[in-house]
Design a protein around this ligand. Structure first.
Ligand SMILES: CC(C)(COP(=O)(O)OP(=O)(O)OC[C@H]1O[C@@H](n2cnc3c(N)ncnc32)[C@H](O)[C@@H]1OP(=O)(O)O)[C@@H](O)C(=O)NCCC(=O)NCCS
Length: 179
């Protein structure tokens, strides 16, 4: 049994982080992604980081068939709610297919929970596509709740185009009937 090191990512890990981000996108059949190695470097390790990342590292003798020793990641950012307090949004959880089912995904989730609780986060949320039953079953097994079912909430969003359309009509002053 090899020891797997679960640790915070370092700036030198950006190439591997981006590789795994791409592999996760491929898993989801997403062909075009916004990020690249440089945005990972800037946004995760620059002057004002907007995400954090935990990685799983195996010793060189246990490297993947492709020769990688970084074999999994959990990448997350923060949200704020006046009702519920600060929270964590899990953007990406990925374990290289060769290393699945060995407790690495669970170890990453545990580490994210430990670190963000220490920072004052009060809850954690994320999305899983409906067809990804393996991930859904994994999350449920680890004690997560399916909030779509539990809260009967719809998740809303603006695309960039919709944001631009809204922004175009943004006014400093609004003339309207408020009487
Ligand atoms: C989902 C994923 C992160 C799980 O990581 P993992 O390292 O394979 O899972 P673990 O080995 O840590 O499993 C932890 C526990 O969950 C269980 N589990 C794992 N996959 C499961 C599944 N498909 N169904 C039910 N239980 C599952 C394990 O049996 C284990 O239980 P145990 O602690 O009692 O032994 C990983 O399989 C993965 O990267 N999948 C592809 C990408 C993906 O789907 N990411 C999530 C996107 S939302």
């Amino acid at each position: 049994m090899a020891e797997v090191h679960i640790r915070e990512a370092l700036v030198g890990d950006c190439k591997d982080i981006f590789r795994m981000v791409k592999e996760l996108a491929q898993f989801h059949k997403i062909e075009v992604i916004w990020s690249n190695e440089e945005t990972i470097k800037q946004d995760g390790f620059g002057a004002h980081p907007t995400f954090k990342c935990i990685v799983a590292e195996v010793p060189p003798e246990s490297k993947s068939a492709d020769g990688h020793t970084l074999v999994a990641l959990a990448l997350y950012s923060y949200m704020y709610s006046t009702l519920r307090g600060p929270s964590v949004f899990l953007d990406s959880l990925y374990v290289d297919s060769e290393f699945r089912g060995k407790g690495i995904g669970k170890a990453l989730l545990r580490k994210v929970c430990k670190m963000t609780l220490q920072e004052g986060c009060t809850f954690m949320r994320w999305f899983a596509v409906a067809w990804n039953k393996a991930a859904t079953n994994f999350y449920l097994k680890e004690g997560a709740q399916d909030l779509t079912i539990k809260d009967d909430e719809h998740s809303f969003g603006f695309s960039q185009a919709a944001m631009e359309a809204m922004a175009e009509h943004s006014e400093k002053r609004l003339v309207t009937n408020v009487s």
